[in-house]
Design a protein around this ligand. Structure first.
Ligand SMILES: NC(=O)c1ccc[n+]([C@@H]2O[C@H](COP(=O)([O-])OP(=O)(O)OC[C@H]3O[C@@H](n4cnc5c(N)ncnc54)[C@H](OP(=O)(O)O)[C@@H]3O)[C@@H](O)[C@H]2O)c1
Length: 344
C-alpha cells in the first residue's frame, strides 16, 4: 500500500476545495481503516465551505457518508475482517472524513453492507438515515420519542397513527418514510414533486401530496383520508416555509421535528423538536450504536430500508466541487450524488 493518498482539502475557512496528497492514517485501538469506494455529498458540505461553519482547524476534509472495504484493523477490533463491506458516518476530523481515499472509523460506528446493496447505495445512508432515526426515536428534546423498531414487537407498533413527512423525496425524507412504515404509522402522508409519487409510494407513503400546495389545501387533502388528529410532522426540509406548514398541519398537542434551526415561533400547544443527527452527539451515542451495530444490516438485507437512487459523479474526488454547487443551487432532484474516491 502506498503511504500517501489523494484527498480533497479545504485549506482555510471559505477556501476552495483542492486535490492534494496526504498520508494514509493508521487505525488506533478500537478503530478500523476503510478504503473508501463511495462517498456521498450532503447539503452541509457546501454550507461548511461557503458559510465557514463547524470547522476551525485547517486543512480540513469534508464528507460524512462513507462506504468501502475494511483495509486495516486497529488493536482490539474483533468483529471485522479485512475486505468486509461496510458503511459509516464520517466525522469532522481530518482522518475520519469522507472526501479522501482512506479514512478511519470507530468500529462501534460501522455497519456491514449486505450483498443486495451496492457501495454507492450504502454511501447514501449514514447522515440522512441518522437524522431520520434520531428524529423519530430519540428521547425529547432530541427526537419524537417513538419506540425504535429494533425488536419484532416494536415493529408495526404505531398502526393507525398518522404521520406527515414534509419533503419525502429528499434523502432524509425517503429514510423517514421507510422507518415510519417499519414502525407501522398509517396513513403516511408526504409532500413532494408529483413526479416522485411512484417511488415514494413504493417506499411506504400512503399519499403523496404536491409540495407546491398551500397548507390549507394540504390540510384538506389529509382530512379526506383520516379522521385522526395529526400529532406528528417530520419536516425533512425545514425551510421557514415548510416549518410554518408543519405547524399549521399539527393538531393541539402535536410535535414537529425539524432538521435545521427552528425559524418560527411555535403555536400554542405544539412542540418543535430540533434533530441533530451527529454520531458523536452524546445524546445519540447509545441509540445509534444499537441501531448501526445490531440491526442496520437486517434492515438493509430485508429491504426495509432501500437506498436513495444515486448519480455517480465523474473523476472521483475531483467531481465533488461541481456536485456541491448543484446541491447549493437546488439542482438535485430525488437522487444522492456520489463520488468514487478511488477513481480520482
Ligand atoms: N439535522 C441533521 O442532522 C441533518 C442531517 C441531514 C440533512 N439535514 C438537512 O436536511 C435537509 C435535507 O437534506 P437531504 O440530504 O435529505 O437533501 P436532498 O436529498 O438533497 O433533498 C433534495 C430533495 O428535496 C426536495 N425538496 C426541496 N425543497 C422542498 C420543499 N420545500 N418541499 C418538498 N420537497 C422539497 C427536492 O424536491 P424536488 O425533487 O421537487 O426538487 C429534492 O428532491 C437539508 O437542509 C440538510 O441540511 C439535516
Amino acid at each position: 500500500m502506498p503511504p500517501i493518498q489523494q484527498a480533497l482539502l479545504l485549506k482555510k475557512k471559505f477556501g476552495d476545495l483542492v486535490l492534494d496528497k496526504i498520508s494514509i492514517p493508521t487505525p488506533g485501538p478500537g478503530e478500523i481503516r476503510v478504503k473508501i469506494l463511495s462517498s456521498s455529498l450532503n447539503p452541509v458540505d457546501w454550507k461548511i465551505q461557503k458559510h465557514g461553519i463547524f470547522l476551525d482547524e485547517f486543512p480540513a476534509i469534508l464528507g460524512s457518508d462513507i462506504a468501502g472495504e475494511v483495509d486495516e484493523l486497529g488493536p482490539g477490533v474483533k468483529e471485522f475482517d479485512i475486505r468486509d463491506r461496510v458503511f459509516t458516518q464520517g466525522l469532522r476530523s481530518i482522518e475520519f472524513a469522507g472526501f479522501q481515499q482512506y479514512a478511519l472509523s470507530r468500529a462501534s460506528n460501522v455497519s456491514k453492507i449486505p450483498p443486495n446493496v451496492s457501495f454507492d447505495g450504502a454511501s447514501s445512508f449514514p447522515v440522512a438515515l441518522t437524522a431520520a432515526y434520531v428524529g423519530l426515536y430519540n428521547r425529547s428534546p432530541h427526537g419524537l420519542e417513538f419506540t425504535p423498531p429494533t425488536s419484532s414487537s416494536a415493529r408495526g407498533k404505531y398502526a393507525g397513527t398518522p404521520i406527515v413527512i414534509l419533503g419525502g423525496a429528499s434523502t432524509v425524507g425517503q429514510y423517514t418514510i421507510q422507518l415510519a412504515k417499519v414502525s407501522g404509522f398509517s396513513p403516511i402522508f408526504t409532500t413532494a414533486s408529483l413526479k416522485h409519487t411512484e417511488r415514494l409510494s413504493a417506499l411506504g407513503a400512503t399519499a403523496v401530496l404536491d409540495r407546491n400546495l398551500p397548507s390549507s389545501a394540504l390540510a384538506a387533502a389529509i382530512v379526506q383520508r383520516t379522521q385522526a388528529p395529526i400529532l406528528t410532522v417530520y419536516d425533512a426540509i425545514s425551510t421557514e416555509d415548510t416549518q410554518q406548514t408543519g405547524l399549521t398541519l399539527l393538531a393541539p398537542g402535536g410535535r414537529l421535528a425539524v432538521v435545521q434551526q427552528p425559524t418560527t415561533t411555535c403555536r400554542e400547544g405544539r412542540t418543535i423538536v430540533q434533530v441533530i443527527g451527529g454520531l458523536g452527539q452524546p445524546h445519540n451515542i447509545a441509540l445509534l450504536s444499537q441501531f448501526y451495530h445490531d440491526v442496520a444490516y437486517q434492515f438493509l438485507e430485508e429491504g426495509w430500508l432501500k437506498p436513495n437512487n444515486v448519480e455517480v459523479l465523474p473523476d472521483g474526488l475531483a467531481g465533488i466541487p461541481d456536485g456541491l454547487r448543484r446541491l447549493e443551487l437546488d439542482q438535485v432532484s430525488g437522487v444522492k450524488l456520489v463520488a468514487r474516491p478511488q477513481e480520482t
